[in-house]
Design a protein around this ligand. Structure first.
Ligand SMILES: NC(=O)c1ccc[n+]([C@@H]2O[C@H](COP(=O)([O-])OP(=O)(O)OC[C@H]3O[C@@H](n4cnc5c(N)ncnc54)[C@H](OP(=O)(O)O)[C@@H]3O)[C@@H](O)[C@H]2O)c1
Length: 329
């Protein structure tokens, strides 16, 4: 059985190209589930893999795509039956395992989850890894006691995939959300998701050269890292919590211990890749039901494998607004 897939290839040392090729199901890795992919989505990590940037994919040629949803074609695991709609995000999918930018994937059954009732295949990929990660951040803030009554929550990288979904979920749950963004032209978009206030990326850093800043936020969801995360820690109120899931700006954390020891701030790490399946299921259920933003369908644009390239080039420069869903139908 043959199918269409994007293939990233190293054509000369450190020089990568991408093309749409015909592959055979027989070439896919061994695994319990063969899945006919209906949709994938584009995440920052997919661009790193597709462009051959270090740290994500070691073996090329390779099909990126860390997210996929589709129908089970064959199953060697009794938890899944042919025809069932399942989604896969994270684990090794799209890293060194051929990913969702192909019409078929074959994966271990432990990587798959039934798509929650009420969520369409396309909507599950509007969320994708970005939505699961935003959901995990919200989950951790709530566990840490950051409730809407405690005060404002800031979301950095707010127009990006994780950021925009975090804004929308928090707003749906009744939080007053401050969206920190480098895209001043996207105010309408962020307000439509429920952001109460916007703050410019640079304005967030004003005064961050001091050891501590004025206490502003009850909590924060940071996807940027670097000086942005350091500033957010310094501006979080006594006893508040900050989730850290990304490095869109920098993997560094140029901070001191002062926010932790003088204000009792908690820094909460979030990983969606190896996140245990019980927690995944719990968060996906919320995403399908009580955390689901009314504007979910409006945060995504759709493309095909053939029209994906400009989106890859845009996301690596931090220029994508919202989510990009890839149709493989
Ligand atoms: N831990 C996990 O499991 C996990 C899961 C998913 C993603 N991530 C990480 O989270 C980050 C965001 O992922 P994503 O898929 O949401 O990416 P994305 O769609 O590209 O969004 C990132 C956003 O960050 C902002 N940004 C970009 N470059 C910046 C810079 N140099 N300085 C400050 N802000 C910058 C931009 O938003 P504005 O223009 O609005 O500021 C951009 O849209 C990435 O680092 C990704 O690897 C981690």
């Amino acid at each position: 059985m043959e199918f269409k897939a994007m293939q990233a290839e190293e054509v000369a040392p450190k020089q990568f190209t991408r093309s749409i090729v015909t592959r055979s199901v027989g070439d896919l890795p061994a695994g319990d589930l063969l899945i006919r992919v209906l949709y994938s989505s584009l995440n920052y990590k997919d661009a790193l893999s597709a462009l051959g940037r270090p740290g994500v994919t070691r073996r090329y040629p390779h099909t990126p795509g860390i997210d996929a949803v589709g129908n089970v074609v064959s199953s060697a695991d009794q938890r899944f039956t042919p025809g069932e709609m399942v989604l896969v995000t994270g684990y090794d999918l799209g890293m060194d395992t051929a990913g969702g930018f192909g019409q078929y994937i074959r994966v271990p059954a432990d990587w798959a989850l039934a798509v929650p009732a009420g969520l369409s295949a396309r909507q599950s990929m509007i969320y994708g890894t970005a939505g699961l990660t935003a959901g995990l951040c919200v989950h951790k803030l709530r566990l840490a006691g950051v409730t809407p009554e405690k005060g404002d929550v800031v979301v950095t990288g707010a127009t990006g995939g994780v950021g925009c979904l975090a804004v929308a979920i928090l707003a749906r749950l009744g939080y007053r959300v401050i969206a920190a963004t480098g895209k001043s032209g996207e105010a309408d978009f962020l307000h439509s998701l429920g952001a109460a206030e916007l703050i410019g990326r640079e304005d967030l850093l004003a005064g961050a050269d001091r050891p501590l800043m004025k206490e502003r936020f009850a909590g924060a969801i940071d996807v940027v890292g670097g000086t942005t995360l350091a500033a957010v820690l310094k501006a979080t109120r006594y006893g508040g919590s900050v989730t850290c899931c990304g490095l869109a700006g920098s993997p560094d954390l140029p901070a001191t211990v002062l926010p932790f020891i003088l204000r009792g701030i908690s820094l909460l790490g979030v990983d969606s890749v190896q996140c245990p399946s019980s927690l995944r299921r719990q968060v996906w259920q919320h995403l399908a039901e009580d955390w689901r933003p009314a504007a979910l369908d409006d945060v995504a644009v759709e493309c095909t494998l053939e029209t994906l390239e400009p989106h890859i080039q845009a996301i690596i420069k931090g220029l994508v607004r919202g989510r990009v869903v890839v149709s493989l139908a």
